[in-house]
Design a protein around this ligand. Structure first.
Ligand code: FEO
Length: 169
C-alpha cells in the first residue's frame, strides 16, 4: 500500500512524463513542418516513449492501492528557433526529469517504501540513457555548426536511430 506522500510523488511524476510526451510531440510536429523528417520521426518515437513511462506509473500506482491521476494537458511551445534549440531543450528537459526522479527515489527511502524504490530504479537507468543520448546529439550538432551537408546527414541518421530503449518491467 502506498503512503499518501509516495502516492502524491508518483502522481507528480505521472504529470511530468505526460508533459514530456506533449513537449516532444510539439517538437516532432514542428520538425516535420520544417522538412526535418528524421528529427521528426525520432521525436515522435520519443514522445510515445514518454507516454509509456507515464502509463507504467499509472498502472503501478493503481496496483499498489493508490489512485493515479490522469493530468490535464498544458499547451507546449508551438514554435522552436531551430534544430539546435530543439536538442538543447530536450537535453535540459531530461536533466530536469532526472532531478525529479531522484527526488521520488529520495522520498521512497525516507518513507521506507522499498517496493516503490525498487520500481523507480527502472526510471533511474532510463534517465542515464536518455541524458547520454541527448548529450551525444547536442555535441554532434555543436560540431556540425551551420554546415548544411552535416545537418542533412544528422537528420537522415535520426530516422533510424532509436531513442533510449524501453523495456517492460
Ligand atoms: Fe521519461 Fe525522458 O523521461
Amino acid at each position: 500500500m502506498l503512503s499518501k506522500k509516495i502516492e502524491a510523488a508518483l502522481n507528480k511524476q505521472i504529470q511530468i512524463e505526460a508533459e514530456s510526451s506533449q513537449f516532444y510531440l510539439a517538437m516532432a510536429s514542428w520538425a516535420e513542418t520544417e522538412g526535418l523528417n528524421g528529427t521528426a520521426s525520432f521525436l515522435y518515437r520519443h514522445s510515445d516513449e514518454e507516454r509509456a513511462h507515464m502509463l507504467k506509473l499509472v498502472r503501478f500506482v493503481n496496483e499498489r492501492g493508490g489512485k493515479a491521476i490522469v493530468p490535464a494537458l498544458t499547451q507546449p511551445p508551438k514554435v522552436f528557433k531551430g534544430i539546435d534549440h530543439i536538442f538543447k531543450s530536450l537535453f535540459e528537459h531530461e536533466t530536469k526529469v532526472s532531478h525529479e526522479i531522484n527526488k521520488v527515489v529520495d522520498s521512497c527511502l525516507k518513507e521506507k517504501d522499498y517496493t516503490t524504490h525498487n520500481f523507480m530504479q527502472w526510471y533511474v537507468s532510463e534517465q542515464i540513457e536518455e541524458e547520454a543520448l541527448a548529450r551525444t546529439l547536442l555535441d554532434k550538432l555543436n560540431m556540425i555548426g551551420s554546415d548544411k551537408g552535416g545537418l542533412y546527414l544528422f537528420d537522415r541518421d535520426l530516422e533510424s536511430l532509436g531513442s533510449a530503449p524501453i523495456e517492460e518491467g
